[in-house]
Design a protein around this ligand. Structure first.
Ligand code: ARG
Length: 591
């Protein structure tokens, strides 16, 4: 049988079993099955555990076609389409676990296909089976606050790194993504800051660090000086109403922050559209009006509130003084994105602390009907929450004096530590190249250290750990990549696109590497469906482990299996580069 080439191994097995079960039960629609990797690869590559629950279901309905789950499992195996081609071995164990082992010819064809159909420029993976993907996705990420903390902090770094990988993963499936930076450029902090600057007769000729200082002082005054507080509040009202002078100073403050952010985005290789809170200012009244008309927002003690179904504390969407807040803006933004941007999916990347906020916003949008599409499906909304960045002392990541760590110094510290460690090793690079490599590797290390954890847990920021050559780090991946690239450059003139029968697996490590390579689409699918970038890190890491094991036992150049092994190397390098690209990591070709 011919197998669509776009799917990963798990999806191929899943489709095969799904079709087999559907045929055995003579059902009209595809039956979903449960596929997992075998914990012991002597038993097989993948396992299907669905015979037991399906048997139980049949029994309940009084269907006695099978006497036990085992006989059902055996019938399923018989019905697998293209079984001989796919699997070298199938077995039924215990009460009805089915184990399958791929055939060498199937794996060889997949590896060869990877080599034939891959180019370094191509990041799109072929179409996938049984996967619904949005046409257009809005990803709201990074989103630092101007003036308040003025500089981006590690929380925004996490959002930036995770959000970008999600965008790239979506794009590898052909999704059109709209990257939006929901910058905090509109809150009460501006009233304080503008009033304070006015009092000090300051223009706008200051640096980002000054801005941070001004904000601190302004906040102190706001908290203890009632006159100042009143003036600050009226300043916000004037700003939001479009006062020309206020607007001008506001513009200048935003510009100072913007220059600072742009520098970070440049270093991180991110390009994102700035569409801050201020963008939505004008549509807020209209959107709130609609919510009132639909009976979703109601007045309560002067404030406009949205009561959820379960939560007793309402979402306040207009304060009792008539002012708008974070929630007002997010309601307007969601309305704009669903109705005007026509997004099919909207993803918000922030710390987990904001999950209640988004739950309430999403619920309101759903009740307002904003999520209903013409084809009767719903727009998918996701809050991608992440944990805190912790210091090695187990407390929130801070500078020694307790301040927030400026991102630029964090990134340059990673780069300079990287240079130090590169200099201690023998290398094919000259000094200038070494410096360039350390710049790339330092950023890669920070990104990967963040992405490889399950995002919802806190993670400990440790330069030592992220630069460990032997650990699950970007450094390890980049060294492996450089090693393969160097090897391949010695065989550049070889034509490796010969027919599949030229591939041979004489060593178990070759086969294991082939299996590792062919899981890429599964990993990308997990990033897009479960919004878990760590799944792609797992893929890249296991691919490199499999490669290094292969490389330490199998001679490549000059061996009788040279061609076949070079094909494996090339498929590895293409797959690794694709994964690195989505992780936002630039591959190094020499080290
Ligand atoms: N500026 C916010 C913060 O720093 C994040 C904004 C996230 N996006 C949104 N649409 N609320 O916490």
């Amino acid at each position: 049988g011919s197998v669509p080439t776009g799917d990963g191994l798990r999806e191929i097995v899943k489709a095969a079993f799904s079709e087999a079960v559907t045929a055995v039960l003579s059902r009209g629609t595809l039956v979903d099955v449960n596929i997992s990797e075998c914990s012991n690869n002597v038993v097989g590559d993948y396992q299907c555990n669905s015979a037991m629950p399906i048997f139980a279901e049949l029994k309940q309905k009084g269907d006695t076609s099978f006497s036990n789950p085992r006989s059902l499992a055996e019938a399923i195996v018989e019905a697998i389409p293209g079984r001989e081609h796919l699997f070298a071995q199938t077995s039924v164990a215990g009460p009805g676990f089915v184990n399958v082992t791929f055939s060498a010819s199937f794996l060889a064809a997949g590896v060869l296909d990877t080599v034939v159909n891959s180019t370094d420029e191509k990041i799109r993976i072929p179409p996938q089976r049984n996967m619904s993907i949005p046409k257009r996705a809005v990803v709201d990420y990074s989103s630092p606050n101007i003036a308040k903390a003025s500089e981006m902090h590690v929380g925004h770094l996490r959002s930036t790194i995770i959000g970008e990988t999600i965008c790239r993963a979506l794009e590898s499936f052909g999704v059109e993504t709209v990257r939006l930076n929901h910058v905090g450029d509109w809150g009460t902090q501006f009233g304080m800051l503008l009033t304070h600057l006015h009092d000090m007769q300051m223009g706008s000729d200051f640096a980002i660090t000054d801005l941070q200082e001004f904000y601190k002082v302004a906040k102190l005054r706001f908290d203890k000086d009632d006159d100042f507080k009143a003036r600050a509040q009226s300043a916000v009202v004037r700003l939001q109403a479009g006062d020309v002078q206020m607007r001008k100073l506001w513009e200048e403050i935003c510009e100072i922050s913007r220059r600072d952010f742009e520098e970070i985005y440049r270093v991180l290789d991110i390009s994102i559209i700035e569409r801050g809170e201020s963008f939505y200012n004008e549509i807020i009244p209209l959107v709130l009006d609609e919510l009132v008309k639909k009976g979703i927002a109601v007045e309560d003690q002067g404030a406009l509130c949205i009561f959820g179904n379960l939560e007793s504390t309402p979402l306040i969407c207009r304060k009792s003084d008539g002012g708008f807040n974070y929630a007002s803006t997010d309601l307007a933004a969601l309305w704009q994105r669903t109705t005007q941007l026509e997004a099919d999916q909207i993803i918000y990347v922030t710390d987990v602390g904001q999950s209640k906020h988004f739950e309430a916003i999403f619920d309101a949008a759903n009740r307002a009907g904003w999520l209903d599409k013409k084809d009767n499906t719903k727009i998918r909304l996701d809050h991608v929450g992440f944990g805190l960045v912790m210091g090695e002392d187990g407390k929130r990541f801070r500078t020694r004096s307790g301040g927030t760590v400026p991102l630029r110094s964090l990134l340059s510290e990673a780069q300079s530590r990287c240079l130090e460690s590169l200099q201690t090793r023998s290398s094919d690079l000259d000094d200038k190249e070494l410096l360039e490599a350390s710049h790339i590797m330092g950023i890669a290390a920070v990104k990967y250290a963040d992405l490889h954890n399950n995002r919802s847990t806190n993670y400990v920021f440790s330069y030592d750990r992220m630069l460990d050559m032997k650990g699950n780090t970007a450094v390890y991946l980049l060294y492996t990549h450089a090693r393969i690239s160097t090897l391949l450059s010695r065989a550049e003139d070889q034509d490796l696109t010969s027919p599949a029968h030229q591939m041979v697996f004489t060593d178990e490590k070759e086969r294991a590497l082939a299996v590792a390579i062919l899981k890429l689409p599964d990993a990308l699918r997990a990033v897009v469906q479960d919004l878990l970038p760590s799944r792609l890190c797992d893929y890249a890491y296991h691919l490199c482990v499999a490669y290094n094991e292969f490389y330490s036992t199998c001679k490549v150049i000059g061996s009788p299996e040279e061609k076949s092994r070079l094909i494996l190397c090339r498929a590895t390098v293409f797959s690794l580069r694709r994964a690195l690209f989505v992780l936002g990591i630039t591959p190094l070709h020499k080290l």
